[in-house]
Design a binder for this molecule. Structure first.
Ligand code: FUB
Ligand code: ZN
Length: 634
């Protein structure tokens, strides 16, 4: 079986929309996050993550551990994700100063590693005897996984192997604990599985592979494992319910899983590793489980924005068709993880449905996670907010109307940063024979089959994609499921090519110019009537972008707006400074003005109007106001 893989980070040099975002990450997000990690960002939640490493190193030297440990039990992972984002960014935009900052932080991290290879500041500072006694809650394997990913990215970016060496030693330590010495546990929060597989790909280290396989296969084989673990310890982090096998995806072995349940980020990180392992070992049973889980998510449990996790309770999936917009959780990390999952599914099976979702999650929820100026971030991504209720009333407290500067639980901001910086890995894929274009991203890309292209497009606002072929060969391009029709020309000659699984397969020559034209018309989209919250509602999309209505464009009130079915929709360049370079939509609508009283027997007074919609990812950038993705359809 020929597996399609992600391209190397250095194989893609971005231009256009993606380059602008990667520049924002480099110029603003990475420096800002570095200042947060060092507790130098004014007005942001305290992080203390760098101090935690310094204090752990002190403890290892037999000194007092400074001001001790502060933060979440998984605070170390914020530093890891920052290094990973910085590493990708160093490939995009070489920068000696940033590299020095990374080297300095890596020195501090490695200094906090214990002699036996263990690395986790929470336990090194607080209580070394408690290591590996609380896999359910304590995130040791999760933190190790993130640090392994950072180590791989930094080695690939710079050739420097200090962190990689240290994480290989850490992996050996974990191998000893879980395989040689037979610890019965498996990760409470999956992450290390996908990271170990990355380390294996990079270094060929067999223990990394075995350990990943072990953790994946072990999960769910003893549904009582966490119960026993909890009984065997006298301490807890949050008092997690050890019987909630859905929450931690531990009730059944992975090959028997059917529905996506529990904590959404944990789920998609696990499924990513399962998909990766299935393609590396050609394990059809495992891949079939991944397919069932994929269908469970994308056909019954995913928001139109590519957000997942319908409930704040456990940051989790709930049940089929339960997709409330106003109380949605739809964590930014979960959509990042969904992209990981999609990308690994493509390795086993080329099918455009995976890249369609990858794109949906990216252009809507992941980008919404970052304010347009790169300084504020959403953790939760609701599809409707009403100031005064959202972020205030108890059921809505998590659904903020504005992005905060940082979070006490800061998993999302660096996650979005690492994803955007490595966008090329998701947009382009390859095997020895074929170059794959899964998403449309301007810039130059060089594949291992020898194909070299320059892609030119204004995507996601322009729907012509041009590939100038510098070196020819086998090339496959995805035709997005949302595009009702498409045109393909080679050297300006219309060419008919049949789609296979949503891709066209071409053989291109040096100097060819391939042009793909996609549907630019805005689309009305309705949800299945099984989604109780969305009956009678409609939303607007153009290309991959979901649109939403904000008060600021609509006289301060979007709650009284309804859309006219089939009404003309006009796309126009945004006239406003903050949303410059975006395209807004104007659509025929009705304003339904009600009486002032809470209830009235006077029907609303209806007047025709135009409603203005903006891309969902840009919402909340112009002050606090109402926002709605779905409006009544009349
Ligand atoms: O537990 C680590 C991370 O913090 C999770 O992935 C997020 O959902 C948040 O709970
Ligand atoms: Zn998060």
């Amino acid at each position: 079986m020929k597996i399609q893989n992600q391209i190397r980070q250095s194989a893609y040099k971005a231009d256009g929309f993606i380059k602008k975002y990667q520049k924002l990450i480099k110029d603003t997000v990475i420096p800002y996050q570095y200042s947060v990690l060092n507790d130098k960002a004014r007005g942001a939640e305290k992080s203390h993550v760098v101090k935690n490493f310094e204090n752990a190193a002190r403890a290892l030297n037999g000194e007092e551990a400074g001001d001790g440990f502060y933060g979440q039990v998984f605070q170390d992972s914020d530093a890891a994700k920052w290094i990973e984002a910085a590493a990708y960014s160093l490939v995009n935009f070489p920068d000696k100063k940033l590299e020095k900052l990374c080297d300095g932080l890596i020195d501090k991290i490695v200094a906090a590693q214990e002699k036996d290879g263990y690395l986790d500041t929470y336990f090194t500072i607080k209580d070394r005897d408690k290591r590996w006694t609380n896999l359910l809650e304590a995130h040791e394997l999760y933190c190790a996984g993130h640090m392994m990913e950072a180590a791989c990215a930094y080695y690939e970016a710079t050739g420097k192997n200090k962190l990689l060496k240290s994480m290989l030693i850490n992996a050996e330590h974990i191998y000893k604990v879980f395989i040689t010495d037979g610890h019965e546990g498996f990760p409470g929060h999956p992450e290390i599985e996908l990271a170990l597989l990355k380390m294996y790909r990079l270094t060929g280290n067999k223990h990394c592979f075995e350990l990943a396989e072990h953790f994946i296969n072990k999960r769910g084989t003893d549904p009582d494992y966490y119960k026993k673990e909890t009984q065997n310890r006298s301490w807890t982090v949050w008092g997690n319910n050890a019987n909630d096998n859905d929450y931690q995806q531990s009730g059944v072995p992975v090959r028997d899983m059917t529905d996506a349940v529990g904590h959404a980020v944990r789920a998609v990180y696990l499924f990513t590793a399962m998909a990766d392992l299935s393609s590396q070992t050609n394990d059809k049973k495992l891949f079939d489980a991944c397919k069932r889980l994929w269908e469970s998510i994308t056909e019954k449990r995913m928001y139109i924005t590519g957000g997942i996790g319908s409930t704040v309770h456990g940051e989790a999936f709930s049940v089929d068709y339960d997709l409330p917009g106003d109380t949605a959780y739809a964590e930014t990390c979960a959509s990042v993880g969904l992209m990981f999952f999609a990308s690994r599914m493509l390795e086993y099976e080329i099918d455009s449905k995976y890249a369609d979702v990858m794109e949906q999650a990216f252009y809507n929820t992941v980008l919404a996670g970052i304010q347009l100026d790169g300084k504020r971030f959403f953790y939760v991504n609701p599809l409707e907010v009403v100031p005064g209720i959202s972020g205030v009333a108890s059921a809505y407290r998590h659904a903020l109307t504005q992005r905060p500067g940082w979070y006490a639980c800061a998993c999302c901001p660096p996650n979005a940063a690492r994803l955007i910086s490595s966008f090329g890995k998701y947009a382009y894929g390859e095997n020895d024979d074929t170059a794959f274009c899964h998403m449309f991203a301007s810039g130059e890309v060089n594949f291992k089959n020898g194909v070299s292209l320059v892609c030119k497009t204004d995507y996601p606002y322009g729907f012509t994609v041009q590939y100038e072929v510098k070196k020819g060969g086998a090339l496959s391009i995805r035709i997005p499921g949302w595009s009702k029709s498409f045109g393909l020309s080679i050297n300006e000659k219309n060419t008919y090519v049949k789609k296979q699984n949503g891709y066209v397969f071409l053989n291109v020559n040096d100097g060819d110019c391939v042009t793909l034209s996609l549907d630019l018309e805005p689309r009305f989209v309705w949800a299945s009537s099984r989604v109780a919250r969305l009956t009678g509602k409609v939303c607007l999309l153009r290309g991959p972008l979901v649109y939403c209505f904000e008060g600021v464009d609509n006289g301060g009130d979007v709650l009284s707006l309804a859309l006219k079915r089939g009404g003309e929709v006009k796309a126009f360049k945004s006239d406003d400074e903050i949303l410059k370079d975006t395209v807004k939509l104007s659509v025929k609508a009705v304003r339904r003005k009600t009486a002032d009283s809470l209830y009235s027997d006077t029907p609303p007074n209806e007047t025709d109007t135009f409603a203005i919609a903006v891309p969902y990812y840009t919402w909340g950038n112009r002050g606090e106001n109402q926002m709605r993705v779905w409006l009544d359809d009349i």
